[in-house]
Design a protein around this ligand. Structure first.
Ligand code: SF4
Length: 118
C-alpha cells in the first residue's frame, strides 16, 4: 500500500510517498529531500503527532485569554481530550511566558505552557 503525504516539517512542503507492507510497516520513503522528511513520513503513517496551540482564559489580566501550546508534539488522536482539559482551565494573572498551564496533560508526559505574558 502507498500513502502520499506533504511534508510539514518545513515550509517547502515536499511531496512524499510512503510504501507500507501488509503488516503496516514502512518499507520505503521517497520524495523527501532531507532526513527530516523521512522521519516525518515514518511518524505520520505509524503514530501521527502534532503540537497543540490554543488559548486559555485569564482572570485579572490585560487580556481575557493567553496563548498556550504543548511543550512537545502529542498524539493526534489525543487532541480532543487535551482540548477538553485546557478549556476547563482559568488562570489568574499574572501569567508569564513559559508558565506551566497544565502539567502532564492527559498523562502524556507533556506540559502545556504559556507562550505570552498577561
Ligand atoms: S523533506 Fe525536508 S526539505 Fe522537504 S519539506 Fe520536509 S523538511 Fe522540508
Amino acid at each position: 500500500m502507498k500513502r502520499n503525504l506533504v511534508c510539514i516539517a518545513c515550509p517547502i512542503g515536499c511531496p512524499i510517498e510512503v510504501e507500507l507492507n501488509d503488516a503496516g510497516e514502512v518499507v520505503g520513503v521517497t520524495g523527501n529531500t532531507c532526513p527530516r522528511g523521512e522521519a516525518y513520513a515514518r511518524t505520520e503513517v505509524t503514530h501521527p503527532v502534532r503540537s497543540l496551540t490554543t488559548s486559555v482564559k485569564v482572570e485579572g489580566g490585560v487580556h481575557p485569554v493567553v496563548p498556550v501550546k504543548t511543550a512537545a508534539p502529542i498524539p493526534k488522536e489525543k487532541m480532543f481530550d487535551c482540548m477538553q482539559v485546557i478549556n476547563a482551565v482559568t488562570l489568574q494573572a499574572p501569567v508569564a511566558i513559559g508558565d506551566v498551564v497544565v502539567k502532564d496533560i492527559c498523562g502524556l508526559g507533556v506540559d502545556v505552557v504559556a507562550t505570552n505574558n498577561d
